[in-house]
Design a protein around this ligand. Structure first.
Ligand SMILES: NC(=O)c1ccc[n+]([C@@H]2O[C@H](COP(=O)([O-])OP(=O)(O)OC[C@H]3O[C@@H](n4cnc5c(N)ncnc54)[C@H](OP(=O)(O)O)[C@@H]3O)[C@@H](O)[C@H]2O)c1
Length: 324
């Protein structure tokens, strides 16, 4: 068994991690750190855990813990790590964007590896520190990796992606307030979303040249999930495209290529990404769906951990969706 500490356990990704850790056969909770509620029962915050967890939030940190998950807003992970020196044997997985770009990857004697197993599995297996990818970035990269690998991203990629309200975190804001969000739709940060950096870094590295990505993020009036529609010029027919995707993902436990049209509920509450391809004239439309809190965050963090420790990649992650 390995011990786990979670920093920011009262938030959305922290809450999802708690549930995954409790059900993981080789993990045991050591401490759940909170700045605002030390001494209170975790089940008072995550009320679905009533009767299942006696642990309380703490403001104490065990720097000898086996595994540390950082579930903090951007900028706070680096501040937190500056204040504590963890054992060299502690595995650290950060869910923020503090260490995702190559220019930020080295910090306090550690090197953070970009944790997208579908392209970085072998490096992740040797890592002690992981920068977990962003949720939009995960769904979008999985939609484009097979094309990048064959050097087929040669014209502008148009991406429209809608996220549920949990993507914005637990803190209430004007655009996550029920009255605003419900029965509503809007875009935000058009063509400038912060996940473009990690998306382009991956694609540019694989293709060896700059990739033109136009990304329009949207806020949907549902709680969980990301629905990506991406299209770009593709020189080939649908059968060619399908072969390319099926070959690329044939060994992947958490990325599936579906011949049927997909809808968001197929992946909610699971660590799965489902992809669907459609050809129209010279354009290939790729649809990619994930649960932003699982494959887009906490599930992928556990997947990375399983790889780092050398456990079976699917351990604790065989989750059935609830589509009804
Ligand atoms: N939500 C998603 O779908 C998603 C997906 C992928 C990645 N991410 C990334 O994952 C990180 C966490 O996201 P989230 O949605 O879980 O955020 P969240 O719901 O806002 O939770 C963050 C938690 O951090 C704690 N916190 C706030 N300021 C802190 C500080 N200065 N020092 C220590 N703890 C502090 C708070 O807990 P206490 O008040 O209890 O201390 C808060 O509950 C973010 O970087 C986010 O971008 C989120």
């Amino acid at each position: 068994m390995k011990t786990v500490g979670i920093i920011g356990g009262s938030g959305y990704t922290g809450g999802e991690l708690l549930r995954l850790v409790i059900n993981h056969p080789k993990l045991i909770l050591d401490f759940i750190y909170s700045t605002t509620r030390p001494g209170t029962l975790i089940s008072e915050t995550h009320q679905d855990l009533l009767g299942q967890l006696e642990l309380k939030f703490t403001d104490q940190v065990n720097t000898e813990v086996d595994i540390l998950f950082l579930c903090l807003g951007h900028g706070n992970s680096s501040i937190f790590l500056e204040n504590y020196t963890f054992s060299d044997t502690t595995y650290i997985i950060d869910l923020s964007n503090d260490f995702r770009l190559r220019k930020d990857a080295k910090f306090n004697g550690r090197e953070f590896i970009y944790g997208l197993p579908e392209i970085n599995r072998n490096v992740i297996k040797k890592a002690k520190s992981i920068a977990n990818p962003g949720c939009f970035a995960t769904a979008i990269q999985l939609a484009l990796l097979p094309l990048a690998k064959e050097n087929k991203l040669n014209s502008t990629i148009h991406i429209n992606a809608t996220t549920g309200s949990t993507g914005a975190g637990v803190q209430n804001s004007s655009t996550s307030h029920f009255s605003w969000r419900n029965n509503n739709l809007s875009w935000y940060k058009p063509f400038t979303h912060q996940h473009l950096g990690e998306i382009k870094e991956t694609l540019n590295k694989i293709q060896g040249k700059d990739t033109d990505v136009l990304f329009l993020p949207q806020r949907g009036d549902f709680t969980r999930g990301i629905f990506v529609s991406a299209y770009t010029l593709f020189d080939g027919n649908l059968k060619d495209a399908l072969k390319l995707y099926e070959d690329f993902y044939k060994e992947e436990p958490f990325t599936q290529v579906s011949k049927n049209e997909v809808h968001l509920k197929l992946v909610i509450n699971s660590n799965q990404c489902f992809l669907h391809l459609h050809k129209h004239k010279d354009q290939l439309l790729i649809t990619s769906i994930i649960d932003n809190l699982i494959k887009g965050a906490s599930g992928q963090a556990i997947q990375n951990l399983n790889l780092m420790i050398g456990w079976e990649e699917k351990l604790g992650l065989q989750l059935k969706t609830s589509i009804f």
